[in-house]
Design a protein around this ligand. Structure first.
Ligand SMILES: CC(C)(COP(=O)(O)OP(=O)(O)OC[C@H]1O[C@@H](n2cnc3c(N)ncnc32)[C@H](O)[C@@H]1OP(=O)(O)O)[C@@H](O)C(=O)NCCC(=O)NCCS
Length: 139
């Protein structure tokens, strides 16, 4: 948790989740959430989370990699693991929101077969930045 909070502040300075938000997420049962971390030695270099709705839809709720480690496939590895788990659990589609002003992340998702299906105005708070909604069908 300590390592995640440091990265969260660095990578999402405008919309960082609070310790209470992470604690509430980690308290969810494994049937509802999956959180993964990427480590290098003992250091945490990334994390990602997925919400399983219980219906047909799984959502990528967060994905983050330490800036010094960008471009080495860590984000891809985390995203691929989440999608693989949704597939294994029989989910039909994966959805996510990404900041409109985040071309790097949008590219990563496009390369992994997501398509942009809509905009949520002012989704990110307190910044008020729009979210792009992206979807990938699994079957
Ligand atoms: C978006 C994010 C998670 C991507 O993580 P990453 O570890 O850099 O992702 P990858 O390395 O898998 O892929 C990114 C790039 O590296 C390239 N790459 C992948 N594996 C590589 C390798 N082994 N060697 C060299 N380059 C590689 C990819 O082709 C990709 O290329 P691009 O520069 O054209 O985009 C990361 O930039 C991040 O944490 N950003 C801030 C937080 C954020 O925006 N999260 C998403 C919220 S929705």
């Amino acid at each position: 948790m300590a390592g995640i909070l440091v990265l969260e502040q660095e990578l999402f300075p405008e919309d960082a989740w609070t310790p209470e938000m992470f604690a509430a997420e980690f308290a969810q049962p494994p049937s509802r959430r999956l959180y993964l971390v990427a480590e290098e030695g003992n250091a945490l270099i990334g994390y990602a989370g997925m919400m399983f709705t219980g219906g047909s839809q799984a959502d990528v709720v967060t994905l983050a990699v330490h800036q010094d480690r960008w471009g080495r496939g860590t984000g891809t590895a985390l995203l691929t693991a989440l999608i693989g788990e949704a597939d294994k659990r029989g989910y039909e589609e994966v959805l996510l929101e990404v900041r409109k002003d985040n071309p790097r992340a949008r590219q990563l998702y496009l390369r992994h077969g997501f398509t942009e299906i809509g905009i949520r105005r002012g989704y990110y708070q307190p910044s008020g930045v729009d979210a792009v909604v992206m979807r990938k069908g699994l079957r």
